[in-house]
Every structure is written in C-alpha cells, then in structure tokens.
Ligand binder design. Structure first.
Ligand code: NAD
Length: 352
C-alpha cells in the first residue's frame, strides 16, 4: 500500500442546539466583532443571532448568492471593513459559506461556518467564484473555515426536495473520493461511512422532514462527504457538473443528483475497489450506479437534465466543453462515450 495523507485543520462542533455555543466558538478563534452572512432568503434565520451575540455582532450582510459573484464579494468585503469586523460567521448553504470564503481570501479574516445544507463547502479549502458569467475554482488553505458549527436544528427547515438533491450532491463528493488519484485509506473510510449515513437517512427525511434522528445522520454524512471533497481530487462527475452549471446555468445540487449515476457507471469498470465499497455503503450486491439512480427516484430527485431546463441542442457543446481540459479520471475521457452519457442523463434513463 502506498499513499499520502494530508489532514486539514478544523475545529468541528456537532449536535442539536449547538448554536448557543457560537459566542464560545468565536472566542476560540480570537473573534470579538463578527460580520454575519446569509442569503436574502435566510435573513430571518440569522437575525436572532444579532441579539444572541450582542456587541460581538457588528452587522449582517444578507446578499449571498449562488456561485459567489465577484461584485457581491467586493461589497461584502467593504461592509466588513466599514464595520471593523475581525471575523465572519456564514450561516447557510454552499452559497453563503462561499461568500465567507471569498471574504477570507481577500482579508484573511477567520471564519465560522454554520452549514444548513449538505453541500459540504464548510470543510473544503475550495472556492468557486463567478465574474461575467465565467466560473473559476481555486484550492487554497486561506479559504478553509477555522471552525464549523453543525446544529442539526438548522436543517429542519430545508425542504424535502432540497434535502434530497443536496444529500446526493454530498454523496457525489464521496463517490469521487473513492476513486480519486490522491485517495487514501482514511478518505475511503470517510467516504464509505458518509454514503452509508446519507443513503439511509435521506429516504427517512423525504418521508418525514422533521425526523430529527434522520436529520442528524444526514448532517453527519454530509460532514464526512465534504471532508472527502476537501482532502482528495475531483474527477469526471465534478467536471461535468461544473460544465453544466457554469456554461448552461443549470442548478447546482439538482445537476449533481442527475449526473451522479451516469458518471459512476462511466467509471465503474475502471474502479472496481471503489465500486465494491460503494455497493457496501448503498447496501447492494452489485451495480452501485443503478442503486444511485434508484435512490434518486426514491427521493423524488429530478428525472433528467431535460427536467432541469437543458436543451437537446446543447448536448454536443456540453460534450465538447467536458472533454476540454479534463480533470484526472480513472477511465480515459472519450468524447463519444461522454456524449452518450450526457444523452442518458438528459433523458433521465437508468444507466446501462
Ligand atoms: P445554496 O447555499 O445556494 O442554498 C439554496 C437556497 O436554499 C438558498 O436560498 C438558501 O438560503 C436556502 N437554504 C439553505 N439552507 C436552508 C435551510 N436549512 N432552510 C431553508 N432554506 C435554506 O445551496 P447549496 O447547494 O448548499 O450550495 C450551492 C453552492 O455551493 C454552489 O455555488 C456551489 O458551487 C457551492 N459549493 C461549493 C463547495 C466547495 O467546496 N467550495 C462545495 C459544495 C457546493
């Protein structure tokens, strides 16, 4: 066995009602004046923190948006500087946590991430940003949040449909970690356990969104899967999703949910050990790609790229873009096979 393992520094608090420990966590990262961040939609969920933190909160910037647009990041940095903030607290999904990272990149302010979806950005040193419709991604420890506070209660308001797609987004991080070129035994353990936790929890959440045990299991799984994304490289699946999201404006988590079974099927024969672990995590004897598709159906995930608003005429260009500057992948990237993959994902077929 040969491998390299790089652990990422992280202080993680996990539980129910942990939000009451926010001030304590601020003290631990040396923060005395926090700028709070949210999306417009989650403003109401964050506002009570202004009272909870008192003088330790110097403002709320509630303009976070998908894919971290440059102009919003610049306005947020100006707000942080005007308010004399010495740390940021991002409460929300990947969009809000991305904004916190964008501020940290430009100012070095320490961050506390308080995730409310399963996207996993809070434990990665990765930041995607958009300027003029172009998305660029970078990996730097400057953007890794210093502390993460998981409060299961905050996920209770995540609608069942978003819980399903966000959870499948998390599973996708783990699947690609299982066959990553820079994978290692620790990453594989986390990936397998993360998929197992989410695959068991998500159907329970879709049936009963208020099931606190299922919510807790899902958030635990999301933490593991996000940590995998932060520790190992991405491959074909993430490349396809970045292409479809960046160039065709398809929604992030939903696109992951649709593409994952097809990317898994594409790589299955080239990554037998990863598929064995994935099958075990999903509780099937074989064909984990089919099992992921069936899980999506069980969760009511979108049926195909067509259902997300993509046009048939764009599939050729999507295939061209996906084979340009490909990420490393266990199976070579072959244009005709990628085009067939995209057609199957578009139609919402079960992978062959
Ligand atoms: P999101 O953050 O865009 O949230 C979607 C909507 O749901 C928003 O309106 C948000 O306010 C709302 N919401 C979130 N949590 C809620 C809750 N508990 N209750 C009610 N409403 C809630 O969605 P996302 O899928 O978490 O994040 C997507 C973004 O994150 C993309 O830009 C993606 O590129 C990025 N991302 C980055 C990484 C990384 O490592 N850098 C990883 C995953 C995702």
């Amino acid at each position: 066995m040969n491998f390299a393992y790089n652990g990422l520094p992280a202080r993680v608090l996990f539980g129910r009602g942990t939000l009451t420990r926010l001030a304590e966590l601020m003290g631990e990262i040396g923060g005395k004046r926090a700028l709070l961040l949210s999306t417009p939609a989650q403003r109401g969920q964050v506002e009570p923190l202004l009272a909870l933190l008192g003088d330790a909160a110097v403002g709320l910037f509630a303009e976070a948006a998908m894919h971290t647009p440059l102009d919003i990041s610049e306005r947020a940095v100006a707000t942080a500087q005007r308010a004399g903030a010495d740390c940021v607290i991002a409460l929300g999904g990947g969009s809000t946590i991305g904004l916190g990272k964008a501020i940290a990149l430009r100012t070095d302010l320490p961050q506390i991430a308080v995730p409310t979806t399963y996207a996993g950005s809070e434990v990665t040193p990765i930041l995607g940003q958009t300027e003029g419709g172009r998305k660029t991604t970078q990996r730097t420890l400057k953007v890794l949040p210093e502390a993460v506070l998981y409060d299961v209660n905050l996920t209770l308001t995540l609608p069942a449909s978003m819980s399903a797609t966000s959870g499948l987004n998390a599973i996708a991080h783990a699947v690609e970690g299982l066959y990553a070129r820079d994978g290692n035994p620790i990453v594989s353990l986390m990936a397998e356990e993360g998929v197992r936790a989410l695959a068991q929890a998500l159907p329970r959440i879709v049936d009963r969104p208020g099931d606190i045990e299922a919510r807790s299991d899902a958030l635990y799984g999301a933490w593991l899967c996000g940590t995998v994304l932060g520790s190992a490289g991405m491959a074909l699946h993430h490349k396809l999703c970045h292409t479809l999201g960046g160039s065709f404006n398809l929604p992030h988590a939903e696109t992951h949910a649709v593409v994952l079974p097809h990317a898994t099927a594409y790589n299955a024969a080239a990554a037998p050990d990863a598929m064995a672990r994935l099958s075990r995590a999903l509780g099937v004897a074989q064909d984990p790609a089919g099992a992921l598709f069936d899980l999506g159906v069980r969760l009511g995930a979108p049926a195909g790229l067509k259902a997300l608003g993509m046009s048939q005429v764009d599939l050729d260009r999507a295939a061209d873009l996906a084979v340009e500057n490909p990420y490393w992948n266990p199976r070579p990237i072959e244009r005709p096979a990628i085009r067939r993959l995209l057609q199957a994902a578009f139609d919402g077929d079960r992978p062959a």
